[in-house]
Structure formats: structure tokens, C-alpha cells
Design a protein around this ligand. Sequence first.
Ligand SMILES: Cc1cc2nc3c(=O)[nH]c(=O)nc-3n(C[C@H](O)[C@H](O)[C@H](O)COP(=O)(O)O)c2cc1C
Ligand code: SF4
Length: 428
Amino acid sequence: MGYPYSHPSEVSIISKHFGDPGARTLDGWMKNGGYDGLKKALSMSPGEVIEIVKNSGLRGRGGAGFPTGLKWSFMPKDSGKPHYLLCNADESEPGTFKDRELIRWTPHQLIEGCIIGAYAIGAEQVYIYCRGEFFEANQVLGKAVEDAYEAGILGENIFGSGSTIELTVHAGAGAYICGEETGLMNSLEGKRGEPRIKPPFPAAAGVFGLPTTINNVETLSAIPHIVREGSDWYRQWGTEKSPGTKLFCVSGHVERPGNYELPLGFPLRELIEDVCGGIKDKKNLKAVIPGGSSVPILSKEQVESCLLSYEGVQEAGSMLGCASVIVMDENTDIVHQVTRMASFYAHESCGQCTPCREGTAWVTNILKKMEAGQGKEEDLETLIELTDQMTGTTICVLSDSVAAPVQSSIEHFRGEYQKLLNNGGGHG
Ligand SMILES: Cc1cc2nc3c(=O)[nH]c(=O)nc-3n(C[C@H](O)[C@H](O)[C@H](O)COP(=O)(O)O)c2cc1C
Ligand code: SF4
């Protein structure tokens, strides 16, 4: 049994060495074919590397699912300016715990992906922005970077190729909003972690006002395998629109929560019932949040037919996001869960946009009032109206992240809100 357990349905590519201390070291990684992808990339032109990644269909694992090769191709050619690759290791979305594991167990897999990415977009400097609270991940990564420098894998003339790539690990200070790409750039520059208005997009003016590409840890960890084995190899898993494998972080009321690497398009029902051993204590399922706390909640009926690809989850009525699957059993108090999420977002709002700053606080206050038995009949309509005004009106989508669970919970579980209003709170 693997780490902490594995399932036969898993296709372990990026998570193959979870639980294997040997693969953490440079020697161990090399023994497992480590840095072969980098050697192959360096023997090709940057454009050829981008083509492989484009053809693989890899989509960004940070949440939006944007095609990685296409993103890389937006970087200017021969700009004459320094270019940057940023690796987003802030992993701030509630329910998500995959990036820290990728870093902890396979730091060289990530470093290799970063060097290949930097080479492809013409960047000589990589920053890995790593959540400060991930003490062990920061430590392991720091050591791995040191070892890579000593071995000539980072720095000048990598593997004698003539390419220079420097890599710096930067520890964040624990703000959710610093996971948003432009908030992260501001934070890296020493400013407040406030998202920027786009355009300009990072490929034109990113960190330090220079051409920048930003990718998630999981995205970059897949790169060495794709470059080494080829795009057709990667496409043997997943669907046409969502090729490859994905780490699913399953938490909540299941017998075996954890990280599972599965082909995209895997049925959600099977993930819960088979891979995770079913609902804890043989209870019934009530609802699932399939992509981290900022996506719409799926009802039990929607879960039945939901396939875990970007398009499949959308068809079911939600979003795959970063594939953080939060499972809730029949005893879950949905209104309380939504209140907790809303208060998290109210606390984390950076405050630049009125609909977000005021809206997240108002939504939280109304929900808390309802829970305390002081709700009014019109509160439900106010919540819907308020969250409508918070959608698509702000600099980043944190504001929309509150609207999604509120609106979907009212749609599927209106009865629970109504009961609170009828009973004067207390979930009677
Ligand atoms: C409020 C907010 C928080 C985010 N937090 C993270 C995060 O913690 N980690 C991450 O990789 N992406 C996060 N993202 C997405 C990033 O902005 C960005 O899309 C991503 O890093 C791009 O990488 P990818 O193309 O590899 O997915 C967040 C987005 C928003 C709006
Ligand atoms: S939506 Fe919220 S978190 Fe995002 S920039 Fe505006 S105020 Fe800040």
C-alpha cells in the first residue's frame, strides 16, 4: 500500500514518489530518470518545447485550467528584456493540499519543471513563491535548490548547454490573496498583495513590469514527464479537452480522504464510493464541492453523473477549479458551512473593490444573523441580489468565490435556509 494508501484506479505520474524519501534527494531523483526531461528540452529549441506542451493539452492546475503551452507562447520573442517564470506555491484555496505534497516529496520534479519552463519562455530567473506556513516544504525545497546549484543544474551553463537559469525560493506570509497571480507579483515586489487590473497581462508586464509567466506547482511538476515521454503519451489519459492526470484532494466525510492522482474524466461518484471507500460511517451523501471552496456546491443528484474533467464538472453545474473535492454527508449543516466560507473570504478580501470589500462582509453578517435566529424572510432575496452584484464586477474573482457557494446552496438547499427562518435559528 502506497502513501498513505493508493488505489488501483490511480495513475501515478507526478505522485509516483509520494511517501518515498529516496526520491527527495538529487541522487534519488536522478536514479528515477530525473532531469532527463531537462536534458531533452535543452537539446531542442524553446519553440519546440512549447509545441510539445501545447500538443499535450496540459491545462493549468492552479484553478482556471488555462492551456499551459498557449500561455507560454504569449511570452514575447526577442523582447530584449529580462523574462520571469513564477511558480505559484501559495496553495491557499481551502480544501487544497496537493502542492505542499509535491514539494515535500519531489522537490526536484518541480525544480526540473521550472527550469524547462524558464528555458521555453526565455527566462533567466525563476521565483517559487511558497506559502510561508509550509515550513517543511520550504526547507526541503531550499535544500534541493542548493543541491541543484552545486551539481550545475541551476546557475550558469546548465548541463553545458550555455543556458543560465537562476532560481530563488520566496516564502509568502500567509495571505489567501497572494495566491492570485498579480497579487503574488505585488507581494514578490515587496508591495501589498493586492491584485492588479488586467490588462496589461503578465506576459506583457508582470513582475517588476517585465514579461512574466506564472504557473502552479502541479502544472510545472507534470512538465518533465511530458517533455521526456511526449505529448501523445500524456494524452493516453484524460479526455480530448482535459488530457492527462490530475491530483484530487479529497476531504470531508469519506472513509479515506487524501490525494489521489487519477485520469481526468474520472467519475466523481466512483471517486467517493470506490477510491475513497464511501461516505464515513455508512451515512448518505448530501453535497460535494468539487473544486475548492470557491466553486458552486453540487447536490447529490448532480454528483451522480458528474465526470471530473474541466468540461464534465461544468456540465454538472460547477467547476473543476483545483480539484479539491470536499464531501459532505447527510448531517452537514449547509448554512453553517456557507457561513464559514463567507467569513473566510470576508477576512481575506484585500479591500480594493467595493462589491468585494462590502459584499463579503454583508453576506457574512446576514448569514450569521440567520444562524442566530434573527433572519428575516427577505434575507434570502437580499443574499441573491447582493451576490449577483458581487459577480463579474471586481478586479479578481475572490468576490465571485463567495457568490458561487451562496447562490448554489440557496438553489439546492433552500429548505435549510427556510427552516432557520421558520425556527428562529439554531438549526432546529
Ligand atoms: C483569489 C485567488 C487565489 C488563488 N490562489 C491560487 C493558489 O493558491 N495557487 C495557485 O496555483 N493558483 C491560485 N490562483 C490562480 C492564479 O491566479 C493563477 O491562475 C495560477 O497560478 C496560474 O497557474 P496555472 O496556469 O498553472 O494554473 C488563485 C486565483 C485567485 C483569483
Ligand atoms: S475582488 Fe476582492 S480580493 Fe479581489 S481585488 Fe477586489 S477587493 Fe481585492
